[in-house]
Ligand binder design. Structure first.
Ligand code: KG4
Ligand code: ZN
Length: 370
């Protein structure tokens, strides 16, 4: 493996960031202080006929869309490639084809421009988004509890400091977003199902169906949604078909209420495991859900801690968060006088957050201040 170049110190110039770990093709440029100079997200429509993300199609779509998106972003920011101080890309976890495409383009740009390349952990990017200047009151100082709820991830993470993350618990079956998507599909809604299910639930009675609350009250903060999903399927089987709109709304509202109850309970347990946390941060697509947000807001208030939810466009997959994670990495490297040059860091489908601590021993992150 190539050795990092010790002379490749970030000059503080703008960071161009690429996100391609799932079905969002996204590019952004951020200034050293986190000011967003340009951002674009293209949600791939190529998967619609399949009712879910098809990895091979995602990789090809990233390949088709990324070059044009990079050009457009540079034009939006009125920058030329030579103005860039570093390039960052998501390198995992995620769908490997897309990660190879996005990080391959990023690596090529960094090589040609002779600027540092930062291999960003997508989960770390979600975890650090709340620290983007101007988002959370006081800048979201460490330590805090992160609830990450998306289509692919569902976990409570103790964010102890930069590079120091502990997974306190996570789903033992489906991710929260996955459960929303599957139940939405049963109800005949489009994909992705979360937003459609939330809209349908607005007109429904959340107490109409007594659905299970898996793991509620159990020690720890693991999640489970498959029993809840099965319970919805069983209700559907005994309801009239085709299902009248009002019955569908009642079932959607009952399901949403069950998810909110379970998530609030699990996060409550996570906070008990992390008494030092003064802040609760939520990220991931499911954070868009108003019922869930309201529950989490209430939970934080009851515990006397702050609550931060990044704006929706920064909760779902985006490149701004990748750029910000890279900036925190580059700043840490600078503070330690160590070059961050991660060209040789391979994209990987699995990349648990705990492994970021191992990287501390081998890269600029070694002496990074918390
Ligand atoms: O973070 P994200 O954009 O992509 C990843 O999965 O990484 O999250 C997408 C997920 C989908 O499962 C979608 O159904 C869910 O977030 N989602 C919602 C809502 N908006 C998006 N779930 C419930 N309520 C919503 N309003
Ligand atoms: Zn994500």
């Amino acid at each position: 493996m190539d050795q990092p170049r010790a002379d490749l110190i970030w000059n503080g110039g703008p960071v161009l960031a690429i996100e391609s770990s799932c079905d969002e093709t996204a590019v952004a440029v951020l200034q050293h202080d986190g000011v967003i100079l340009a951002e674009r997200v293209l949600s791939q429509q190529e998967h619609l006929p399949f009712g879910g993300v098809v990895p091979e199609i995602a990789a090809r779509a990233h390949l088709a869309h990324l070059p044009g998106l990079v050009r457009a972003i540079l034009a939006d920011a009125a920058l030329s490639p030579g103005d860039l101080g570093a390039i960052a890309a998501s390198c995992g976890p995620g769908l490997i084809g897309g990660l190879i495409v996005g990080s391959g383009l990023g690596r090529g740009m960094a090589l040609a421009l002779e600027v540092p390349f930062v291999a960003v952990n997508h989960l770390e990017a979600h975890a650090l988004t709340a620290r983007l200047p101007g988002l959370a009151e006081g800048g979201a100082p460490f330590p805090y509890l992160l609830l990450l709820v998306s289509g692919g991830h569902c976990q409570c993470v103790a964010v102890d400091g930069f590079g120091r993350y502990r997974r306190l618990g996570g789903t033992i079956d489906d991710a929260a977003g996955e459960a929303f998507d599957k139940v939405a599909k049963m109800l005949g809604l489009g994909w992705p199902g979360g937003p459609a299910l939330e809209r349908l639930a607005e007109g429904g009675d959340p107490t109409a169906h007594r659905l299970p609350r898996p793991l509620l009250g159990r020690p720890g903060c693991d999640f489970s949604f498959s029993g809840l999903k099965t319970a919805v399927a069983q209700r559907l089987a005994i309801l009239p078909a085709p299902l009248p709109e009002s019955d569908a709304a009642d079932l959607a509202a009952s399901f949403q209420a069950a998810v909110a109850d379970v998530v609030a309970d699990r996060v409550g347990h996570a906070l008990a495991l992390m008494p030092e946390a003064r802040l609760l941060v939520v990220a991931g697509g499911v954070a868009a859900n108003a019922t869930l947000r309201a529950r989490l807001t209430g939970l934080a208030a009851a515990r006397g801690i702050a609550f931060a939810a990044p704006p929706l466009r920064l909760c779902t997959d985006n490149a701004v968060m990748v750029g910000w994670a890279a900036i925190e990495t580059l700043q840490a490297g600078r503070a330690a006088g160590i070059a961050v040059d991660e060209l040789a860091m391979p994209p990987r489908p699995r990349w648990p957050l705990e492994q970021m601590a191992d990287r501390l021993g081998t890269s600029a992150r070694a002496t990074a201040p918390a």
